[in-house]
Ligand binder design. Structure first.
Ligand SMILES: [Fe+2]
Ligand SMILES: [Fe+2]
Length: 216
């Protein structure tokens, strides 16, 4: 089934996040000039990607008779994104960043709480067999939104790092998840607003951490 419209407009995501665009862009523009902090931020993205891939894997463990190629591909691409961000983080840090601990991960606990609340909050509002599609759709909206801004910031900076192929994969995931569950526009609006609230809280923590790092 093909839905009319696009997930950005239908979910209200673009409009509801207009307030965050300039602050996020400004934050990232400063962040990329600070290699140590930039590496910690990328390691946080690596953790979130890893949690996403793990979440897909766990959600599919009782679907051994149905698991399809698209879902396996989605899972493996999220795992690769975790690898990609950690590898880039290590390159920029110039050292190994093993695991995800406070020392090498921006706002580690807040980021874990963001993911956990998002997953739990969405999962209790949708049928169990649709949780994969809904959680993924809402996460992909955020991933695409953030990575497009991040990509533009990197392009304008001295940092040699391209998010092009990563963004192409996230855009494809978004289209697939929209296709899977996007017919319920009202629910999509509610869930996206819920995520935007959680993101606002997480971003507040992330940007205040940078203020502290700059003052130090
Ligand atoms: Fe991803
Ligand atoms: Fe994705």
């Amino acid at each position: 089934m093909t839905h009319s419209g696009d997930p950005w407009t239908l979910s209200g995501m673009k409009d509801n996040n207009r307030q965050h665009e300039a602050p996020v862009r400004n934050f990232l523009s400063t962040l990329v000039t600070m290699p140590g902090e930039h590496a910690r931020f990328m390691n946080m993205l690596s953790m979130l990607e890893h949690m996403g891939s793990r979440k897909i894997m766990v959600s599919q463990m009782d679907r051994m008779e149905e698991l399809d190629l698209d879902t396996l591909q989605h899972l493996s691409e999220e795992a690769r994104h975790a690898f990609f961000f950690k590898r880039q983080a290590e390159r920029i840090a110039g050292k190994s960043l093993n695991g995800w601990v406070d020392e090498n991960t921006t706002q580690r606990i807040s980021a874990m709480m963001y993911f956990g609340r998002l997953d739990a909050g969405i999962s209790k509002q949708v049928p169990a067999d649709k949780a994969y599609g809904w959680v993924s759709l809402i996460i992909e909206l955020r991933a695409c939104w953030l990575y497009h801004i991040y990509h533009e910031v990197l392009e304008a900076s001295d940092v040699q790092l391209s998010l092009k192929s990563l963004i192409a994969e996230e855009d494809k995931h978004l289209a697939e998840m929209f296709e899977m569950v996007g017919e319920d526009v009202e629910l999509m609006r509610d869930l996206s607003a819920y995520e935007t609230d959680l993101f606002g809280k997480l971003w507040g923590k992330i940007s205040s951490a940078l203020d502290i790092a700059q003052a130090a």
